[in-house]
Design a protein around this ligand. Structure first.
Ligand SMILES: *Cc1c(COP(=O)(O)O)cnc(C)c1O
Length: 399
């Protein structure tokens, strides 16, 4: 059975060209960049080159790039590091209600430490309500964090407006660009942000490595203490193969960005179009236009998201459910709830996320299987109203 991967928002395969670049740094070029000998210098050169490359790609200075263990650490560092460094100026922080758990959970920890956090509300499409966010700002607001694109529903946030607003008031502005990097062009000067995070494994780089960009002049606290790595801001021996791979993955992703984004958006549009026309009682979650090219998130009424996920998995199709059930809890997604999606519908939510390695044949195959599965699950569902017809519609000829 062919396996179809529609979960690119969760992680992606390492590009073969990236792997080739990384391999020597596991074996013959294994040196520790801190070492005072030729092996060390070889590693330093590789890390410097990766830092320069990444800085150039996102229009930053090399000294503004900090290597981390990934998106989660970068998000933690941005929020906690800024909060701690600025606490004498104010203890009010604003993050959107639809941030990744790396932000939400960190914000909740900071509340326990005595910080005050506003979780900025979003509209039905998952977009931050900019007027409400602005009116939440107080004298003691020191930090605003809003993601560039949401990982569950793909909605793009009004980052340019919010960062300009924050920075004009001397409030630090951070954006989690983990879903956007590699898929959209990242430029820390336009819109100008104070801090930005991304993670290599979301754009065909290796897992366990990411970046926190920190604008020069901005002082934040450390969260990992140790040696003098990363200009004494983040201790720990640099993961040399990983940073080399991340730089190459970002370079390739940016080089192929326009072509890939257009291709992926075509697959997504075909998928969304067919699902909405051929399967009744389905709602597309997220913004109809302002969304990532590869994301399609649906709520299927009268269907349990987990059952749908398992049935698709049996058919060889890998997707993600919109709820946090995978973590063992039966909590529906905080993102969908913040958007006002009713709990029942939120439980029937599935995220399909496409990549450049997907094909139109895979999209069509998945819609065909999805139609059969939804009919089967609704037939078994006690929630499916008896007066409704359990049917799907034929594919249109012109396709
Ligand atoms: C994946 C993801 C993260 C976490 O990144 P890791 O590198 O997996 O820790 C953070 N934010 C967003 C928006 C993500 O999609």
């Amino acid at each position: 059975m062919e396996r179809i991967y529609f979960d690119h928002a969760a992680t992606t395969a390492v590009d073969g060209r990236v792997l080739q670049k990384m391999l020597p740094y596991f074996t013959e070029k294994f040196g520790n960049p801190n070492s005072q000998h030729a092996f060390g210098r070889e590693a330093v050169a590789a890390v410097d080159e990766a830092r320069d490359e990444i800085a150039k790609l996102i229009h930053a200075k090399p000294s503004e790039i900090y290597f981390t263990s990934g998106g989660t650490e970068s998000d933690n560092w941005a929020l906690r590091g800024a909060a701690h460094a600025l606490k004498n100026r104010g203890k009010h922080l604003i993050v959107s209600a639809v941030e990744h758990p790396a932000m939400i959970a960190t914000a909740k920890e900071l509340i326990k430490e005595g910080f005050d956090v506003t979780f900025a509300e979003v509209d039905e499409y998952g977009r931050v309500d900019t007027e409400r966010l602005k009116s939440a700002v107080r004298e003691d607001t020191v930090f605003i964090g809003v993601m560039t694109a949401n990982n569950e529903v793909g909605t793009l946030q009004p980052i340019a407006e919010l960062s300009a607003f924050a920075r004009a008031r001397g409030i630090v502005f951070f954006t989690d660009a983990v879903q956007a990097a590699g898929i959209m062009k990242i430029d820390v000067t336009s819109p100008a942000v104070d801090m930005l995070s991304f993670s290599a494994h979301k754009f065909n780089g290796p897992k366990g490595v990411g970046v926190l960009y920190v604008r020069s002049g901005l002082r934040i606290g450390k969260i990992i203490t140790g040696g003098h790595q990363e200009r004494s801001m983040r201790g720990g021996t640099t993961n040399v193969p990983a940073v080399v791979g991340m730089a190459e993955a970002l370079r390739l992703a940016q080089e192929e960005q326009e072509k890939n984004a257009a291709y992926i958006a075509r697959l997504r549009d075909r998928f969304i179009g067919r699902v909405l026309r051929e399967i009744p009682y389905v709602k597309l979650n997220g913004h109809p236009q302002e969304r990532l090219p590869g994301n399609a998130n649906f709520s299927f009424r009268y269907v349990e998201g987990e059952s749908l996920l398992f049935s698709l998995d049996l058919a060889g199709i890998a997707v993600s459910s919109g709820s946090a059930c995978s973590s063992g809890s039966l909590e529906p997604s905080h993102v969908l709830l913040a958007m006002g999606v009713p709990e029942g519908l939120a439980h029937g939510s599935i995220r399909f996320s496409f990549g450049a390695d997907n094909t139109q044949e895979q999209v069509d195959y998945a819609v065909d299987r999805l139609k059969e599965i939804v009919v089967k699950l609704r037939a078994l569902s006690p929630l499916f109203p008896k007066d409704l017809k359990n049917e799907v519609y034929p594919k249109r000829k012109e396709e």
